[in-house]
Design a binder for this molecule. Sequence first.
Ligand code: PMP
Length: 423
Amino acid sequence: MSLESMSLESMSLESMSWETMYATRADRMRASEIRELLKLLDQPDIISFAGGIPDPQLFPDEAFRTGFQDALSDGRAGDSLQYSVSEGYPPLRQWIMRQMAAIGVPCAIDNVLITSGSQQALDYLGKLFLSPSDTALVSWPTYLGALQAFNAYEPRYDRLNPAAMNVIPAVYADGAAQAGGRVKFAYLTPDFANPTGETLDLRSRELALALGDELDIALIEDAAYQALRYDGSDEPSLLSLDIARTGDIDRTRTIYCGSFSKTLAPGLRVGWVCAAQPVIRKLVLMKQAADLHSASINQVVIHHVAEHGFEAQILKIRAAYRARRDLMLAALQLHLPAGVTWTRPEGGMFIWLTLPEGVDGAQLLRQATATARVAFVPGRAFHADGSGANTLRLSFSLADETSIALGIERLGRLIADTGAMRG
Ligand code: PMP
C-alpha cells in the first residue's frame, strides 16, 4: 500500500505497541508497588517515615548561596557555565583525594572520577561489569536503587551474607556458571546500610575481601552514609583495608562510591568513584558517552561548600540525626508489641523492623495510610528474591520530635491490632 492510499484513520488510530519494541533489558524496569503506595503520602495528616532523604532544614544554604554567587562572578562564570572535562572539576577531585587520604586511602587525582550522584556510579558499574546472566552478589535486603541500576544489565543475583560469610566461594561460582555467566562483583554498603542501618564489623569486612580474592571479583563499596556516624567508632573502609594489603590503590579490587547527597545536599547530584586507574579510565569513557560530565557549576559550588565548613556541617547533621534516632528507638521500645524486632543503627537514616511471620508489610502500609495515618516502606522491594514480606523500613531523618513519638505510637497500635486480628 502506498503512503498516499493509506487512509488517515488507519495511520493515526492504531496506538504503538511499545511493549514489543523494547530491548529485553527493559523487562525488569517496572514501577514498584511501593511507588504507587507512596504516592498516597502527600496528605498533610500522614506522619511519614518513608522517605530516606536528608532534612532540607539542615542544608548549608548560606554556603550554597555564596558558592553560587562566587561561581557566577565575573571571571569565574565562564568556566562554571562551560563544558568541562569528563573526569570532573580538578579542585573538587583534589579535595576528595585529601578526604580519602584521611580515611586511609592515599590516592592520586587519576583515581577519582566525579559522577552525577553515586547512583550514576552504580549504573555505570552495572554497565561495565554485567553481561546478561552474569551474577551480582548483593545482600538480602539491599539498596533498592542498586537493584534498579543493575537490573538493566540483566544479571542474576545471589545472596551475600557478609555478617555470616558462611557460603563457600565455589558455591557462588558454580551457581553463576550454571546460570550461564560468572560472578562479577559483590555490592556492599558497609556503613549504616540502606535499608537496615546495619554496619559490618572488621571481621565481616575482612571476610568480604577474602571472598573477593577467592572469586577474583570486584567489590563495590557504597559509602553513601559513611560520614553519618552517631556513636561507636569508625570501621576502616573496605578500600582502605584493601590498600593496606596490596600497598597501592592501583592493585586493589575495591571500587569506592562516595556522595555529597547525605552530607551537603542531594539536589546538585554530585558523587564520586575512587578506584584503581584502569577502572576509572573505563568509567571516564562511559561518562563521556552518557552525559559528557557532571554539571560544571554544581561541581564548582560543591567544592566551595566543602572547602568552607564541611566538618562543621557534618557535626551539625550528626547531632540532629542522632537525636532523632534516639527518639525513634525509645518510642519503638515503648510502643511496639512483643514479637517485633528492629535494628539499632550507629548511624545513617534507617531502622529496619521485622514483624512476625505472616504479617505483610505492604498490606500493613495500606492499613497504615488508611486508618493509622502513618507511613513507612514495606521491605519486600529491597530483596532481590522477593522475600522479606514481613519487614519494613523506617527513616528518622526527616521527622520532628512530636511526629516521631506520635507516629511510632500509631504504628505500634496498628501492629498490635493486626496481630490481634490474626488471632
Ligand atoms: N547508595 C545508597 C545506599 C543510597 O541510599 C542512595 C540514595 N538514597 C544512593 C546510593 C544514591 O545517592 P546519590 O545518587 O544521591 O549519591
